[in-house]
Each structure stands twice: as C-alpha cells, then as structure tokens.
Design a protein around this ligand. Structure first.
Ligand SMILES: Cc1cc2nc3c(=O)[nH]c(=O)nc-3n(C[C@H](O)[C@H](O)[C@H](O)COP(=O)(O)O)c2cc1C
Length: 689
C-alpha cells in the first residue's frame, strides 16, 4: 500500500515513515496539502496527516478535502496528533478512518493493528453509505407507489407502530406524531365489521401472514376500503420481532353495495394470503449473508486477540437477552468451548450485572471477574476454569453504539498475569467496538431494506382474483432468482362491472428502487384508469401519458398488455392491446394455438402511440394466455421459444385455468433449470367448459 505522510512536525513524520516502512508500506513524505492531494489519487492509498500542514488549515480540513470527491479511489485517511491536539469526533465526521495519538517525539506503538482497524473502518463506512442510500431510495419508492406501510413492534405493549411512511399518512389524514406508538386499531370505527377484526386478531395470534379487506375510517371520519396485508418478521430464533403492514386504499374500485362482496373476498383472500405473503417472512434469513456480518465481526474479534486481550466476545442486546455474535480466544481449546455455549442468555437491562450497567450508562468499564459474572454465568465458569492457575480474569467492557444508543457490548478478558488493561488498551477496545457497531448497523439497514422490498413487491399484485360467472382465472408470479432486488413485472385482474374483466400484465425495464417506484406507478395508474375507461387502448394511453410526464429523463420504459374479457351467450369476447409487449395466445379446444395482438409501441418513450386492438372470441373450454418475457418474448427469444411455448399449450388443451398456468410455469422454470433470470408472470383466462 502507498502511504503518504504529511506532518509539520518533522520528527514525528520521520518516526511514522520508519514505522510504516517497517510494516512493508511504500512511503512518500508530502511537504504540503497540494502534494497530499496529488499523491492520494492513486488507488489503495493511506494518507497519514499530522499537524501544522502548509496549505491546509489543519489535518481535519485536509481530510475533508480528500473525501470531497466521493470517488471510488478515496484514500484511507488517518489523522495523527498529540493528546488534546486533535478533535477526534470532528476528524471521524470528516471521513477519517482513525485518529492516532502520538506525542511529538513519542513512540508510535503497535501501528499494524491500528492500520488493520483503519482499513476495516473505511470499508464499513463505504458499505454504510451504499446501503443507507439504497434504503432512503426504497422509502421514497414506497411513498411514490402510494402504498401505506407500517412496521409495528409486537414485543412492546399493544404492538404499537414504530415506523410509518408518508403514503399511510396521506391515505388516513393523520399526522406522524398521532400514529407512532399507537396500535393500528385507531383506524377502525362504526363501519368496521367486528368479524373482520376477529379474523385479523386470529391471524396475528397464530403468527401467520394474511390479507384482508377491511373498512376503516380516516381522521375526518370518512370510511374507506383498506386492502390490508400483514406479515410477521422473525429473527433467526423464530421470534416475531416486527409486524409489517401494507395498506392500499381500494375504495375507488368498489361498487357501492359491495360490503357483502368485500366479505366474500376477504374469505378468499385469507386462503390466498399464505402463498402470497410468505415470501415476506422468508426474506429475513438472507440477512447477513449478503454483508457477511459474521465474518466481519469474527475478524474484528480476532484482531483484538491476543494483541489486546485473551478473550474477545461481541454481544448484542435485544428482547431481554444478550446474543454472542462473535467470540475468539488466544487458546484454541477455550475458543471451541466458548463457541459451543448457547449463544443467548437472558439479561435484565435494569439489573446489577456489569453488561446491563454498560448498556444503561453507555460508558466503558474495567471489572474484576472475582465480583461475579458480567452476564452469562456459563462464560464466567469457563473463564474461571481457564484462569484457575493465574490471577482472576479481568474484563474490559466497551459499549457498542449505533445511532446514539448502546446496542451491545464488546467484552475483552485478560487471563495472563502480565496482561494490563490501561488507557491505550481501552482506546483500542473502543476502536474495535465502533467498527463492530458499524457492521451491525449495516446489517440492520440491509434487513430493513429487504423487508421493504418484499412488501413493495407484494403490493404490485392483486390481493385476490375476481370471481366471474363463465370465466376461470389463474395467475402465477415468480420473482427472478438473485439479490433481493425488486421491481419489474406486475399483473392485475379487475372486475369492471356487468361481468367484464380487465386484465393487465406489464414489465418495467430495470430492477431496484427506481424500477419499483415506476412499477408501483404503473399498477396504480392502470387500476385508476380502469375505473373510468372501458377500452384497453385508452387505459394504455393514460398510462403512457403518466410515464412520459412523470419521468422527465424518459429513462425507463414499460411493456404492457391490456385486455378486456366479457362473457356472453356466444362465448367470451376478448379485446387485446399490446404496447411493446409479447402478444397473447389463444388456446383452442382442439389444441390449436393462435396469436392475438400486435406488439405496438412501448410505453414511456413518447406521447404518440401506435396501438392496434385485436378482437377474438373464446368458445367454452378455450383460454387466453398472457405472459411476460420471463416465460417467452414471443419471437425466437426468452426461456421458451415460440415453438416450445405453443407446443406446451397444445399438449395442455382441455385442462382448467389453474392446471394450464401450472404447466406453463413449470416449463418456463425447467427451461432455466429452476433459476429464472427474469420475473415470470402468467395469467390465464378460460371460458368455462
Ligand atoms: C402491522 C399491522 C398493521 C395493521 N393495520 C391495520 C389497519 O390498517 N387497519 C385495521 O383496521 N387494523 C389494522 N391492524 C390490526 C389492529 O392493529 C389489531 O391487531 C386488530 O384490531 C385486532 O386486535 P384487537 O382486537 O386488539 O383490536 C394492523 C395490525 C398490524 C400488526
């Protein structure tokens, strides 16, 4: 690694150079701020900045300049100064990865460990910025999609709301301060059916995800139809640590006398809920593997041993217990025994044990193991046995602080008689703790991002398919394998009244928060447009207008197929309009497959559209099949070629809508060995036989 050293104190600069060279670094001495800036453009550079630098106010100001670009090659910066010479907080806020206290003319101490820690910190800082940025985008996406979103904490009394998004407040007319800390039942009122509340209560008691349509009241008392999705989030012990709630105001889509219909739908929704929402709950186990939290914490614990202590434990606190998330010991046998202990132990946060005290006060402590366990008695016994021949072990306990509060403790034990715990050791222990806290905070941010991604994706799909006499409907949605990215495909089926059903299937370019925001916009715009339009082409024009006007850069597009299906005495009349989307297929009773629809213009590109509606008629037993390019792009491409797609349909003739959808989904997945690279959406509408 190239190390650029700049220090107005020439003696200290020489000392630093000698020490860094001893650790194998190529060292350049910079005479002033300009030379530092020039040298630090090389990738993988360490900048060590001391006091009295020509050309800069001080080392902190120079550190800020080095980080101003936000580029990929930012150096790892360490600020050096004598005691009371450097404002540590200001230096860290300016992007410094560490502050080394070295008095002019003093010794450098063990730079190698501190260097390793500084590198860790710089990496974690970058990760924190990245994940934090994506998280902010995701919250914005949630607001743009018009979907209400709350998180409640079932571990607190009465399961109160701990997070609410802007769209929820807009929908209900409440202020954030009026809802945080309250149970969601404040939305219920005179029009709410007590039977619905009973269903919610039962589902929550059983700890299963559910969907229900319930009548709620806004702050001004007006009732609205709330399509509510709730799912429990569990930690890796299986305990429910959050409830995720998504609220969609579906009043606009309800006919006025639909209280009865809503109740019927709620019953059907309860059955569909299991399948639809279970992926929410499945999102949490992937936490951590992405950021490799365990490996980061373990390597931090290893850095501390044996340099700083004989044993290092990283313990987090939550739900009345401590959890050991990393452990290392200088003696391999002891480490094995520590790792074999149950990782959790109860802790009364108001009790007298040292771990509880450090969590409460947020202050580091050095305690003597003679006074009893610091927390888990099993750890105490192991250490007492390990240190039986020497003096009683001593502990250095340092709080793990994230976002202003203590979330855990780094516990360092000394067993060897010559082991000293002094000011220098405590400073290093704080370093380990601040890095561990950052790693944990990153993981927490990532977990929240996953939660939101799952909930948002669920809101792109209808809660329940309409039930229409003479028509069988089936739909499949299977997200692409890979990172927990959202966005992409959506579908919707809506009853327009007088037996007509509107069908929409779409695919937005890209993935991630921005694509998700657009997918939400598409789904909600299409739903609203179907509220007053009966012609599929007009619905697509409305959506195109929204996409073109609300996306000034025209950076993303959508392909959408919109169709209407009207059962009548002669069969089901179908009209299909494609906007850049693969055409639909009609499966005739004798197994013939016909193409219905012409590709038309993609949406979001320009106001002028070339759309060509195509009409057809489904005789009893015949089906309309619509899909996205995760199944087949309709021409030669996609997982299934046109021939393979049509062959699959032909051999499925005579089957009902569910079986048809199942077979096509299985074929699309099989063509990709079970790991779809793109979202798979299939909607089948079949004239009842
Ligand atoms: C995450 C979450 C979100 C909820 N959102 C709503 C809601 O939007 N509307 C509603 O009527 N009830 C909602 N509830 C249900 C109520 O909070 C409460 O659980 C329900 O009224 C049954 O409990 P109770 O009998 O104690 O009132 C939600 C519950 C949870 C856990």
């Amino acid at each position: 690694m190239l190390a650029v050293v700049a220090d107005g104190d020439a003696g200290r600069a020489d000392l630093l150079r000698a020490e860094l060279e001893r650790h194998g670094h190529r060292v350049v001495l910079a005479a002033d701020a300009r030379e530092v800036l020039q040298a630090a453009v090389e990738p993988d550079t360490l900048a060590v900045l001391g006091s009295h630098l020509p050309g800069a106010d001080d080392a902190v100001a120079l550190c800020r300049s080095l980080h101003a670009g936000g580029g990929a090659h930012e150096p790892v910066v360490v600020v050096v100064g004598g005691r009371d010479e450097v404002d540590t907080e200001a230096a860290l806020a300016a992007g410094a990865a560490d502050v080394w206290t070295i008095e002019p003319g003093g010794a450098t101490g063990a730079l190698d460990v501190r260097l390793e820690l500084a590198r860790h910190y710089a990496r974690l800082q970058t990760e924190n910025l990245r994940v934090g940025g994506e998280f902010a985008l995701m919250r914005k996406a949630l607001d743009l999609s018009g979907t209400g979103f709350v998180l409640t904490d079932p571990r607190l009394d009465d399961d109160p709301i701990v997070y609410v998004n802007h769209a929820f407040l807009e929908m209900t007319g409440y202020d954030e301060r009026e809802v945080i800390g309250r149970n969601c039942r404040f939305l219920q009122g005179p029009s709410t059916d007590p039977a619905d509340v009973g269903r919610i209560r039962a589902a929550l008691r059983e700890g299963r995800p559910f969907q229900i349509e319930v009548v709620n009241h806004r702050r001004d008392g007006t009732p609205f139809f709330n399509e509510l999705h709730v799912a429990p989030m569990r930690d890796d012990q299986g305990r429910v640590v959050r409830h995720v709630g998504v609220q969609l105001d579906v009043t606009a889509y309800r006919v006025t006398d639909s209280l009865l219909a809503a109740e019927q739908q709620a019953r059907a929704a309860a059955e569909a809920a299991e399948r639809r929402s279970s992926f929410l709950a499945a999102a949490s186990p992937t936490l951590g593997s992405h950021l490799d939290l365990a490996a980061t914490l373990e390597s931090l614990a290893r850095l501390a041993v044996p340099f700083l202590a004989d044993v290092c434990l990283v313990e987090t606190f939550g739900g009345g217990e401590m959890r050991r998330v990393a452990a290392s010991a200088s003696r391999p046998g002891l480490e094995r025994e520590l790792l074999a202990l149950p990782p959790t132990s109860p802790l009364d946060p108001d009790g007298p044990l040292p771990l509880a005290r450090v969590l409460r006060t947020g202050r580091a402590e050095i305690v003597d193991a003679r006074d009893g366990p610091i927390g888990d008695p099993a750890v105490h016994e192991l250490l007492a046995a390990a240190g039986a021949d020497g003096p009683p072990p001593r502990w250095m306990l340092v709080p793990l602080r994230a976002r202003g509060r203590a979330i855990g403790v780094v516990a360092l034990a000394g067993l060897a008689p010559e082991r000293a715990f002094g000011v220098e050791e405590l400073a290093l222990a704080r370093d380990v703790a601040s890095r561990a806290a950052l790693a944990l905070d990153n993981a927490r941010l990532y977990e929240q991002q996953l939660e939101i991604a799952g909930v948002l994706q669920a809101s792109f799909l209808p809660a329940v398919l309409p039930e229409i006499a003479g028509l069988e409907l089936a739909a499949r949605y299977r997200p692409a394998d890979g990172p927990a990215d959202i966005g992409g495909d959506f579908y919707d089926l809506l009853e327009l009244g007088e037996g007509t059903v509107a069908l929409t299937v779409g695919d937005v370019t890209g993935k991630g928060a921005a694509a998700a925001a657009l997918t939400g916009l598409c789904r909600h715009t299409v739903r609203t447009a179907w509220g007053y339009e009966r012609r599929a082409a007009e619905v697509l024009r409305t959506l195109n207008h929204a996409l073109v006007t609300q996306q000034p850069g025209h950076s993303r597009y959508a392909t959408v197929l919109a169709a209407t299906l009207t059962p009548g005495p002669g069969g089901v009349a179908v009209e299909v309009v494609c906007a850049g989307h693969p055409a639909a297929r009609v499966l005739r009773a004798d197994g013939r497959v016909e193409v219905l629809g012409e590709r038309g213009t993609i949406l979001g590109w320009q106001e002028r559209l070339d759309l060509r509606p195509a009409q057809g008629l489904l005789a009893p037993g015949e089906a309309l099949v619509v899909f996205t390019d995760g199944v087949s792009s309709g021409d030669a491409g996609g997982p299934l070629t046109t021939d393979a797609l049509e062959q699959e349909l032909t051999t499925s003739a005579g089957r009902d809508a569910e079986a048809l959808a199942d077979r096509l989904e299985a074929a699309a997945l099989q063509a990709q060995e079970g790991h779809p690279v793109d979202d798979v959406v299939i909607v089948v509408a079949r004239a009842a036989a």
